[in-house]
Write a protein that binds this ligand. Structure first.
Ligand code: LLP
Length: 384
């Protein structure tokens, strides 16, 4: 629930605009860092979720490293002050230029996703007279029971090296002169709400770990990725995800000796801290009787509903408390029929000029924004 002060302030700003709750971000970071400390777990923030500079500067105050998916993300993280030795770098399609940059920066680990990538890194590192620390990203073949658009660890997925291929190529990997395999990496998907899925992940990780050490690899870090989901339906009920439960599951099920355990959280750190504020432009009713509420945001600021059919809770923050509820289809300004924020959505009666908040938009909101239709990128306001 936004305070009257903020709503009054928002009335004067250009919309659409992202509003970030810095207090909640800090509480979330406190929560994840305190829970992780109990087991000595290492946390990386998946910068792809939101690379806003103010947000990065706050994350940098905590004992958190960064998980990157491109050379651009590595550069952003380093510019934000993160030590390269706290940065891990995954991605199925790393370009040579990005790999050279990562090698030069001497990251904690490049998480390699294919045999050919290992071969290329070995060659590039040789040319640069460097020895590179890598983790092998393995595909554990697990159904994370999430939206199929964001699962990443099933056998058919493009991510990671299959266990079969690992078995086949293990000796060759060990023979690479410019590569030092320091660990293994698994990331099974995102927005995982059924935590028992992580038990399966741990069991798979255990057997892969056992196999690797049985075959002469020295695994000093096990990176189990991110994926912890958030409550999009009722964000107020769960503003901070339950990191302690996930860590307790991993503690009880992951058996990797003295290896350091790393996590890469994106959504769970920033999703609930951000909301997209938009203004109602028009009301109109289709010939079929559908009541449309046309707002000044669109898929260009928040693509998740159009791209994945994702649900975000929406509230009218201008309507009086006693306004009656009405069912609307809330649509954006883009020239795309899928540009819909909510279908048949119950909202306080809304009119031109009212402000709506689209909640839980701090992760994969601004970072996926585009300039389609030549929309300018939205600004940000920080509620400290
Ligand atoms: N590690 C790796 C290797 C990843 O690919 C991802 C996310 C993460 C960590 C962070 O996952 P998280 O903790 O945020 O679940 N755009 C989609 C989500 C794509 C996730 C991509 N990878 C969405 O809006 O739902």
């Amino acid at each position: 629930m936004l305070s009257k002060n903020i709503v009054d302030k928002l009335a004067l700003v250009e919309t659409p605009v992202y509003l970030y709750d810095i207090g909640l971000l800090r509480e979330t970071l406190d929560s994840v860092c305190t829970a992780a400390m109990k087991y000595g777990y290492k946390i990386h923030y998946a910068i792809k979720a939101n690379f806003d500079e103010k947000i990065l500067s706050i994350i940098h105050e905590y004992p958190v490293g960064i998980d990157c998916a491109s050379g651009g993300e590595i550069k952003k993280a380093i510019e934000a002050g993160f030590d390269p030795k706290t940065i891990v770098y995954a991605g199925v399609g790393k370009k040579d230029k990005e790999l050279k940059y990562a090698i030069e920066k001497n990251l904690l680990a490049i998480n390699c996703e294919s045999i050919q990538e290992l071969e290329v890194i070995d060659a590039l590192a040789g040319e640069m007279a460097r020895k590179v620390d890598v983790c092998l990203r393995l595909n554990p073949d697990i159904d994370p029971r999430t939206n199929h658009c964001i699962d990443t660890g099933q056998a058919d997925s493009k991510f990671g090296i299959s266990f079969e291929e690992l078995q086949d190529k293990a000796d060759w990997i060990k023979s690479l002169e410019n590569i030092n395999v320091i660990g293994m990496h698994i990331h099974i998907g995102s927005q995982i709400r059924e935590l028992h899925v992580f038990e399966n992940m741990c069991r798979k990780a255990n057997s892969i770990y056992q196999w690797l050490i049985g075959h002469g690899f020295f695994i000093r870090m096990v990176d189990v990725g991110g994926g912890l989901g958030v409550n999009y339906d009722m964000p107020e009920n769960e503003p901070i995800p339950n990191f302690a439960s996930l860590f307790s599951i991993v503690h009880n099920h992951l058996e990797v000796g003295d290896a350091e355990v790393h996590f890469e959280f994106g959504r769970s750190i920033v999703a609930q801290c951000g909301e997209l504020i938009t203004r109602v432009l028009f009301n109109k009713t289709t010939a079929t009787g559908r009541r449309l509420l046309i707002v000044d945001a669109s898929m260009t600021e928040l693509i998740r509903p159009a791209l994945y059919g994702s649900y975000h809770n929406i509230e009218n923050i201008s309507a009086p408390d006693d306004a009656p509820n009405v069912k609307y289809t809330i649509v954006g300004t883009a020239c795309e029929s899928t540009d819909v924020f909510g279908e048949n959505f119950t909202l306080a009666r809304s009119q031109r000029g009212d402000l709506l908040t689209i909640k839980s938009a701090g992760a994969y909101g601004m970072s996926m924004a585009s300039q389609y239709n030549l929309h300018p990128l939205p600004g940000a306001i920080y509620n400290e």
